[in-house]
Design a protein around this ligand. Structure first.
Ligand code: GLN
Length: 452
C-alpha cells in the first residue's frame, strides 16, 4: 500500500472511531494527505515514516485549531508549531488529528471539557470514562487497528498520561521533566508539565519518545542528558503507602504481576508520600491560576465586542467561557499564592515537594525501579463521576502524582483486568533513566503477556 493510501485508510478509521467514541476534537484529513504527498518525494524518510500521530489538543499545531479542551480557546488557531511537532514532521510522522482532553489538563477522567467539546467514551465500556486528562489519546491508541500505524502524543502534569493509559489498556510513557521541550505546549503548570507518548506497546511509545527527546533553545528548562547506562533491573521497591487507596481487586492483579516478574522486591514505607496530593494541588493550581490570566478575550481565543470598562469586559469573558472547574482552580491557586497565605500553603507545598524528591533519590540508591498500580480504581461510570466531590476526584491521583511531583520518568503498562476493565502497572525510574525504564517495560510486557 502506498503512503497516501495508508494515510487515507487511517483517516477513514479515525472518523469511524470518533463517531463511536468521541476521542478527536479535530481530524485533520486534508493536512495529513498533503503531508503524505510531500513526504513521498522526500529522500530522507525518517524514523516515523509511515506512522500517523494523534496530538493532544494542548499542543500547538500550525494552522490547526488547538483548544486545550477549553471553551475559551475553541477558535484558537496557532500560527506556529510546538517544537515536538517540528521534530515529528522532520522524522516523517504525519499528524492525523487533535485529541480530546480535560480543559487545560484539569481532570482525571476527561469529563471536564469546555462547552461543545467532546467527552470520550471508554472503548471497553461506553458507559465509562476514558481517563484524563489525555483521554482522547488513550482511546485513539487502543482503538486504531495495528495497520493504521498510529502512536499518540500526550501530556502529563500530575498523571494525565498514566490515568487514560491504565483505563484504556494501553502503554503510557511520561519522561523526566525537561527531557522534552515544552515550547508550544499550552501551559497548565510549568514546573510539572511534560509531553509524553502512548502506544499499544512499549516499543511504539519508545519510538515516538526517541524523536521528541532533547534540548531545545526555545525552552530553557529542556536539557540534553547523556543516556545513563541501562541497568538490568534486579530489585523492585514497592511503596506501601501508595497502595493504601487502591481497590482490593486491583491490588490482587498488581501483586500477581509482581510475583510473575520473578524478581526480588521489597515493601518500603514512605510516609511523606501521603502529602503529595495536597502539595501537588497547591503548586499546580498556583501555577495554573497565573497561566490562565492571559485569557481575557483580547489576545487568544474567545473574543466579543467590548462593553463597559476593561475589567467588566474581562470578567464577562472569563465568567462566560471558563467552567466551574477552571474557576475553582483559578480561585484556589490565587488564594495559595496571595500575600499572607503564601508561606502557609504555597511555600510549604514547595518544601514538601523537595522532601519527597530527596526521599525518591534515596530510594533509587536501593532500587532500580519502583512499582505501583497505575490507578486505584478501574475507569468509573459517568454516573459515578457525577456524584464525586472535587476533593474525592483529586484523591484518585494518589498513585500518579508522586512521580510527577518528583519529575521522574514513568511508564504504565496493561497487566490484567478487573470486571472486564483494564488495570495498569506503573513503573518508575530515577531521573534520566528512560532507557532502563523502556528495557524493563519491554521485559515486563513479554513476561506478563500483553493483556488488553
Ligand atoms: N488529575 C490531575 C489534575 O487534574 C492531573 C492531570 C494532568 O496531569 N494534567 O491536575
Amino acid at each position: 500500500m502506498s503512503l497516501i493510501e495508508s494515510v487515507d485508510k487511517a483517516i477513514e478509521e479515525a472518523e469511524k472511531i470518533n463517531k463511536k467514541l468521541n476521542c478527536f476534537i479535530t481530524i485533520c484529513g486534508d493536512n495529513a494527505r498533503s503531508r503524505a504527498k510531500k513526504l513521498i518525494s522526500q529522500k530522507n524518510k525518517g524514523a516515523l515514516y509511515g506512522k500517523v500521530i494523534s496530538v493532544k489538543d494542548a499542543i500547538c499545531t500550525k494552522g490547526i485549531r488547538t483548544t486545550a479542551g477549553s471553551a475559551i480557546l475553541t477558535n484558537y488557531i496557532p500560527p506556529f508549531n510546538a517544537s515536538v511537532i517540528e521534530k515529528i514532521e522532520q522524522e516523517g510522522g504525519i499528524v492525523i488529528g487533535k485529541t480530546a482532553m480535560d480543559h487545560f489538563g484539569f481532570g482525571t477522567f476527561c469529563t471536564n471539557v469546555g462547552h461543545g467539546l467532546p467527552v470520550p467514551h471508554n472503548p471497553h465500556d461506553l458507559q465509562r470514562a476514558a481517563g484524563g486528562s489525555s483521554g482522547g489519546a488513550g482511546v485513539a491508541t487502543f482503538s486504531f487497528s495495528n495497520s493504521a500505524n498510529h502512536i499518540a502524543l500526550a501530556e502529563s502534569t500530575g498523571g494525565s498520561i498514566t490515568a487514560p493509559a491504565a483505563f484504556c489498556g494501553v502503554v503510557g510513557f511520561t519522561p523526566t521533566y525537561g527531557r522534552v521541550s515544552r515550547y508550544g505546549l499550552i501551559d497548565y503548570a510549568n514546573s510539572l508539565d511534560k509531553i509524553g507518548t502512548m502506544g499499544k506497546n512499549v516499543e511504539e511509545a519508545e519510538l515516538l519518545a526517541g524523536v521528541i527527546f532533547g534540548e531545545d533553545k526555545k525552552d530553557e528548562t529542556s536539557q540534553h542528558q547523556e543516556t545513563k547506562t541501562v541497568k538490568k533491573v534486579k530489585k523492585i521497591g514497592i511503596i506501601k503507602e501508595m497502595l493504601n487507596n487502591v481497590d482490593e481487586k486491583i491490588k490482587k492483579v498488581f501483586w500477581q504481576s509482581i510475583y510473575e516478574l520473578g524478581l526480588e522486591y521489597e515493601e518500603i514505607s514512605f510516609p511523606l508520600i501521603d502529602y503529595s496530593v495536597a502539595s501537588y494541588y497547591i503548586i499546580a493550581t498556583a501555577e495554573a491560576s497565573s497561566n490562565l490570566a492571559r485569557y481575557y478575550g483580547m489576545r487568544y481565543g474567545a473574543q466579543e465586542e467590548i462593553t463597559g470598562s476593561f475589567s467588566e469586559h474581562f470578567s464577562k469573558i472569563r465568567s462566560k467561557y471558563f467552567s466551574d472547574e477552571e474557576k475553582r482552580r483559578i480561585i484556589l491557586g490565587t488564594f495559595v499564592r496571595t500575600a499572607g497565605y503564601k508561606e502557609k500553603y504555597y511555600i510549604k507545598a514547595l518544601r514538601v515537594r523537595e522532601k519527597i524528591n530527596e526521599e525518591f533519590n534515596l530510594l533509587f540508591k536501593r532500587f532500580d525501579v519502583l512499582a505501583t498500580p497505575s490507578m486505584p480504581i478501574i475507569a468509573p461510570r459517568f454516573e459515578e463521576i457525577a456524584k464525586l466531590k472535587p476533593i474525592e476526584v483529586y484523591a484518585l491521583d494518589s498513585c500518579t502524582i508522586p512521580p510527577n511531583l518528583a519529575c521522574i520518568p514513568h511508564l504504565s503498562i496493561p497487566i490484567g483486568k478487573v470486571n472486564n476493565m483494564p488495570v495498569g502497572l506503573q513503573i518508575m525510574c530515577n531521573s534520566w533513566e528512560e532507557d532502563t525504564l523502556f528495557r524493563f517495560g519491554k521485559e515486563s510486557e513479554s513476561k506478563l503477556g500483553l493483556i488488553r
